[in-house]
Design a binder for this molecule. Structure first.
Ligand code: ARG
Length: 462
């Protein structure tokens, strides 16, 4: 047992168990909120002075003290003490040690409950912008690679079976689209979270004349939280943010999975730069795509954070409970993991080469032009279901003779379907098919070049 250093030592015995000190503290991970805590405190103090709850001199002392504390924390000279439990108590205690009585007035009309909810929202606003910047960098890397392959073909797969020809650039732009949804999802999250809980106090507000609109305005929130009871217990934004992180992780994991396969000898589609591969401690020939495997693997930890966050919220009694302290562990973990994965993915994308020669040489396999052949028959007046059957039969015949559809003679085509003319060969081979795509958003060179131009403009790529 040791002596407590907290403001509530008058209420409690002052005796504490070291085990409990370690168990309850969040300072080890919430200290990263310090700037937001200090900014929130300055806004709160400004408001208190505006309402004459503290004097102008007291405000000046509080601000000066908080600036110094901020400098000390960023310089690494601040002495953290886990007895303070969290960053809020650590800063307040340091302020009181520095400036005495004015420091004791800072917490007027405030509870750590509305304080921590405010800090988290302030932190998340910035974090979302940083994450969005990382998303944009990855999108730019993808668009850059896509631009180098706006004519080169690859097989598009469904069920991991060869389906239709696609331009490599179109495949890459598919991830740019996914990331654009991630970007706007985060934007939505930021819009919804940008409300100010300060003034809700512990749970029911205050009898002091706090000017909630003033702190809202100073901190750049768009609105105040209109129900104090809700405000202190609301962590919807945390769950929503981690969900957004989870979808980003899912998208990156799918990219990683593709590229792990593509980098294998079986596919041989890409070569990832040595800097993003590792070798084996035993097998000297290995070039393992470990960075991609880790991007895929870390998705598990982001999903874990989401489940943890939702579970923390489940069946918690209304308003603030200490359970909510755990939100930070999972929010920070999801954010840090996704940030690292986005950065890594952008570097890998910028340093990966598609083996267009090898991919091109293999395009004859898999009857990538079968669907286009059926569509040719449709243009000749054959109902699609019938055309589908005709081409299915032809594919089965080609398979037994180890031929491409383009190798069949006009007579062979005609005996399968008399609507066939000589121009059938214009609809065969992957290159002709891709060039013939006419639908918006198709995976042909024309659509891909248009998409790349669109994204270059939207992402402001020079
Ligand atoms: N460290 C706490 C948290 O992160 C701050 C709020 C504590 N509030 C309280 N009433 N004990 O949630």
């Amino acid at each position: 047992m040791a002596e407590s250093e907290k403001s509530w030592e008058k209420r409690l015995s002052g005796q504490i168990d070291e085990l409990a000190v370690d168990f309850v503290e969040s300072l080890s991970y919430d200290r990263r909120l310090y700037k937001y805590d200090i900014v929130g405190s300055i806004a709160h103090a400004e408001m208190l002075a505006g309402q004459k709850l503290i004097t102008r001199d007291e405000l000046a002392a509080i601000k000066q003290g908080l600036y110094e504390i901020s400098d000390e924390i960023s310089a690494g000279t601040f002495q953290f003490n886990k007895r303070h439990e969290d960053i809020h108590m650590a800063v307040e205690d340091a302020l009181i040690k520095k400036i005495g009585d004015p420091g004791r007035k800072l917490h007027t009309g405030r509870s750590r409950n509305d304080q921590v909810a405010t800090d988290m929202r302030l932190w998340m606003r910035d974090e979302i912008e940083l994450m969005q910047a990382r998303i944009t960098l990855l999108q730019k890397a993808l668009v850059g690679l896509a631009a180098r392959h706006s004519d080169d073909l690859m097989p598009a797969y469904t069920h991991l079976q060869r389906a239709q020809p696609a331009v490599i650039g179109a495949y890459l732009v598919s991830f740019v689209e996914q990331l654009a949804r991630d970007f706007t999802r985060l934007k939505d999250c930021r819009l919804r979270l940008n409300i100010c809980p300060l003034g809700a106090g512990a749970v029911a507000g205050s009898t002091l004349p706090l000017d909630r609109q003033k702190t809202r305005e100073l901190l750049g929130f768009t609105d105040i939280a209109w129900n104090a009871i809700d405000a202190v217990g609301d962590r919807d934004f945390c769950a929503e943010f981690i969900f957004d992180c989870s979808l980003i992780a899912a998208h990156l994991s799918r990219l990683a999975e593709d590229w792990i396969l593509y980098a294998s000898s079986e596919f041989g589609f890409i070569r990832i730069d040595d800097a993003y591969c590792t070798s084996s401690s035993m097998m000297p020939q290995k070039r393992n795509p470990d960075m991609l495997e880790l991007i895929r693997g870390k998705t598990g930890s982001v999903y874990g954070a989401l489940v943890a966050m939702l579970t923390i919220l489940k069946a918690q009694p209304s308003t603030y409970n200490r359970d909510l302290q755990e939100d930070k562990i999972h929010v920070f973990n999801a954010a840090d993991t996704v940030d690292a994965c986005l950065e890594m993915a952008a570097a890998i994308v910028a340093n990966t080469a598609f083996n267009t020669g090898h991919i091109g040489a293999g395009l004859d396999a898999g009857f990538l032009d079968a669907t286009a052949l059926a569509e040719y028959l449709v243009r000749q007046g054959v109902p699609f279901r019938q055309a589908h059957g005709v081409v299915g039969t032809l594919v089965a015949a080609c398979e037994t003779q180890d031929k491409r559809l383009a190798d069949l003679t006009l007579e062979e085509f005609k005996s399968a379907c008399d609507a066939v003319e000589q121009d059938i060969y214009d609809s065969l081979t992957p290159a002709k098919v891709a060039a013939a795509y006419v639908t918006e958003g198709a995976a042909g060179p024309a659509q891909t070049k248009a998409a790349i131009a669109y994204w270059r403009d939207r992402l402001k790529v020079q």
